[in-house]
Design a protein around this ligand. Structure first.
Ligand code: SF4
Length: 122
């Protein structure tokens, strides 16, 4: 298991970047969400989820948010609430084992290596 300093980004999973500003950058208040906000902030939550569903970064954003737990204790990321991310992390641990982040990192690296070998960009 690889350990990183509390609150720092796992360098194997950098935060995805977009050449244009994403909705969460333009309207961060829409993505502000904590445990217990479910009923009170339902309209904002639904708007944030719709925005994420059309975001080109959504897949990488979800992976980044799941892996970098200390950086994402609150807020909507890739349409997920903090509670949903906790559930997803537990499912990943069940499926891939307690070192699920390392497993995912190894898979990503293998995919990149295959892409390089086949001449495609990763
Ligand atoms: S998917 Fe991630 S980057 Fe895209 S709008 Fe949602 S929170 Fe922002």
């Amino acid at each position: 298991m690889t350990l990183y300093v509390h609150g720092t980004e796992d360098p194997r999973f950098p935060q995805p970047k977009s050449p244009t500003r994403t909705r969460c950058q333009k309207q961060p208040q829409l993505f502000d969400f904590e445990h217990g906000d479910g009923n009170r902030k339902m309209p904002e939550l639904e708007r944030a989820r719709r925005a994420c569903s059309g975001c080109p970064l959504v897949t990488d954003c979800l992976l980044w948010a799941l892996v970098n737990k200390e950086l994402t204790p609150v807020g909507i990321f890739a349409g997920t609430t903090p509670r949903q991310r906790t559930t997803l992390r537990a499912r990943l641990a069940e499926r891939l084992g307690p070192d699920w982040i390392d497993v995912l990192a190894d898979r990503q690296q293998a995919r990149r290596n295959r892409a390089v070998t086949s001449g495609c960009a990763a």
